[in-house]
Design a protein around this ligand. Structure first.
Ligand SMILES: Nc1[nH]c(=O)nc2c1ncn2[C@H]1C[C@H](O)[C@@H](COP(=O)(O)OP(=O)(O)OP(=O)(O)O)O1
Length: 180
């Protein structure tokens, strides 16, 4: 079983040039990446990746976001927003911790792994993402929490991103342990 993370940096568009903007405006843009290699290559997602040994999910999300798009994040500024379990042919394939943050340093820059892009929340390209994302990501981008299980079926040893998405269970408004 793979343990992995996804991180969704968010900002408020109106905090740019708009003189009527206030810092309290709800975040309405999310930083997505076009993934250039690995699982889900060619699709949009948040920065993220697999945990390295002795790393916590928070540390992994911070490291992957720095490596993939160059943003600096304090682990304490990550808000836990979801836990997703991906099953392939009935077996647990990946357990993914989802984080959201509005606090980060720097400007996103492309890397060998990822091309970053700020996207208005209402324009998230769900047709160019994992099929399960449309089920849980809108809730995460609204500031809520999710816990889900997503079942994929494949013939032979096809990877998860070539498998067929068959069904799911999803809960919203879940609580996570402090420090998760
Ligand atoms: N069904 C799914 N929906 C989704 O939105 N993201 C998924 C997903 N299944 C896997 N992921 C994400 C979680 C994690 O961020 C990433 C794992 O992909 P990879 O194994 O290719 O990791 P990386 O490309 O980051 O590789 P490393 O840098 O070697 O860790 O894919």
């Amino acid at each position: 079983m793979i343990e992995a993370t996804l991180c969704f940096p968010m900002r408020s568009r109106s905090n740019g040039d708009d003189p009527t903007a206030s810092a309290d405006d709800a975040p309405d843009e999310v930083l997505l990446i076009e993934k250039r290699r690995g699982l889900g290559e060619g699709w949009y997602n948040g920065p993220g990746g697999k945990l390295e040994s002795a790393e916590t999910p928070r540390e992994c999300a911070v490291r992957e976001t720095r490596e993939e798009v160059g943003l600096g994040i304090d682990p304490a500024d990550l808000e836990k927003a979801g836990e997703l379990r991906f099953l392939l042919n009935g077996e647990e394939h990946t357990f993914c911790h989802v984080f959201r943050t509005t606090e980060f340093d720097g400007e996103p820059a492309a890397s060998a792994e990822a091309r970053p892009e700020w996207v208005p929340v209402e324009d998230v390209p769900y047709d160019q993402m994992w099929e399960d994302d449309r089920l849980w990501l809108p809730t995460v981008l609204e500031g809520e929490t999710v816990r889900g299980e997503f079942r994929f079926e494949a013939e032979g040893d096809e990877p998860l991103d070539e498998a067929e998405f068959v069904d799911h269970d999803l809960e919203t408004g879940v609580s996570f342990e402090a420090g998760d």
